[in-house]
Write a protein that binds this ligand. Structure first.
Ligand SMILES: Cc1ncc(COP(=O)(O)O)c(C=O)c1O
Length: 396
């Protein structure tokens, strides 16, 4: 990155790999490289560490180790949960319930299933991005075979009432899946207490490596396999194990869940100071997401009269890494489906900025963003004919 100062505020897109995680993984690339399925001595070490990582993930979720399956990441886990349950339970019904604000790994999987003859209800959310449990209750029919609601939203950070939604699905004996990719490490998760039957995770969102994830599948679930081939993962997910990655996700989840409150306190304090400063220094803003029920590091804010994409380029010029929506949708000029679902007008949603803080951020980072961002917004507004019409070009 050269000498330029980089302020990374895009932790919901991905995180760096923590030093302790990297150190735990390193021996499993070249030194202990045995295939866990082989029978000689060096393979036993590999099998042992895969089992140990499974125990670490199970402990973090309140699950049993044999309910944990390693995958290639959040997208695969979401695909497996949704397609696997849908195809295995086709005899019982063809109706799936999800929400309008899911990640595309869920939404596009549901759209694929609609083409395969399933029907999908996309629950609305309120202005803060919250799903109303009464809407779930109303949407359930005797043909419903799956409910999938994300734990925390990747764009606006809203945290859904998962235990309550899970209880409704459970009372109708319908499998309940949650995409907890953004939630883990930020909220305490207990799959048993929260009535969760399937749960997706991805290591690169909590200071672990990219390309490894988890699907928790409660014992007794009727689910088809997604990846066919060898007998790995107790015959449910084929493919030679991503040994170093699995060691990495085990270590990362143990670290991410050991002091959630402490981690949140530090990040929330920085986030709140940044948000307060932005609102004080920049007029015509709109905070997206719930004021309190939101991820501790998340700010999603719309600046009227400007384009989010241009703002990102100017911020990048100053070394600030941020995002307009989720990483997967930035680069496209489509308005965010999440912001639209909250009722935000299209023009305002175009001027949205997502800043997601993590454990590298400091008070100095917050000060720097508070110095740069108001100038960037003011400069862009000066170029905006719409803003000129408002006659308030005096922002500094
Ligand atoms: C909520 C959510 N689900 C799923 C994914 C996909 O995870 P992965 O990149 O590991 O496939 C992401 C990634 O941005 C996400 O934020």
């Amino acid at each position: 990155m050269g000498d330029k100062r980089i302020i990374y505020m895009d932790h919901s897109a991905t995180t760096y790999v923590r030093r302790e995680v990297l150190e735990a993984m390193t021996p499993y690339h070249a030194e202990h490289f045995g295939n866990p399925s082989s029978i000689y001595g060096i393979a036993h070490e590999s099998k042992k560490v895969v089992d140990a990582a499974r125990d670490q993930v199970a402990k973090a979720l309140g699950a049993e180790p044999d309910e944990i399956y390693f995958t290639s990441g959040g997208s695969e886990s979401d695909n497996w949960a949704i397609k696997g349950i849908a195809f295995a339970n086709r005899g019982r019904g063809n109706h799936i319930i999800t929400t309008k604000i899911e990640h595309h790994a869920v939404l596009h999987t549901c759209q694929y299933l609609e083409n395969e003859g399933f029907t999908v209800t996309y629950l609305p959310v309120d202005q803060y991005g919250l799903v109303n449990p009464a809407d779930l209750e109303k949407a359930i029919t005797d043909r419903t075979i799956l409910v999938s609601v994300m734990y925390a939203n990747n764009e606006i950070g809203t945290i859904e009432p998962i235990a309550e939604l899970g209880a409704i699905a459970r009372s109708h004996k319908i499998p309940f899946h949650t995409d907890a990719v953004q939630a883990i490490g930020n909220v305490p998760i207990d799959v048993k207490a929260q009535n969760i039957d399937l749960l997706s995770l991805s290591a690169h969102k909590f200071y672990g490596p990219k390309g490894v994830g988890v699907l928790y599948i409660r014992k007794g679930m009727k689910i088809h396999n997604l990846i066919h081939g060898g007998g790995q993962e107790r015959r449910r997910r084929a493919g030679t194990e991503n040994l170093a990655g699995i060691v990495g996700i085990g270590k990362a989840i143990a670290l991410a869940t050991e002091d959630i409150e402490g981690h949140n306190r530090k990040i929330r304090a920085l986030r709140d100071r940044l948000l307060k400063g932005i609102r004080e220094k920049i007029p015509h803003t709109h905070l997206n997401g719930h004021p309190e029920k939101r991820l501790p590091g998340n700010i999603n804010i719309s600046f009227e009269f400007i384009e989010g994409e241009s703002m990102l380029l100017w911020l990048d010029d100053e070394g600030i890494c941020a995002s307009t929506g989720s990483a997967c949708t930035s680069g496209s000029l489509e308005p965010s489906h999440v912001l639209l679902a909250t009722g935000l007008p299209v023009e305002i949603s175009h001027g949205s900025l997502r800043l997601t803080l993590g454990n590298v951020n400091t008070d100095a980072d917050v000060d720097f963003v508070l110095e740069v961002l108001p100038k960037v917004v003011a400069r862009l507004r000066e170029m905006s004919p719409l803003y000129k019409g408002k006659g308030v070009c005096n922002v500094q």
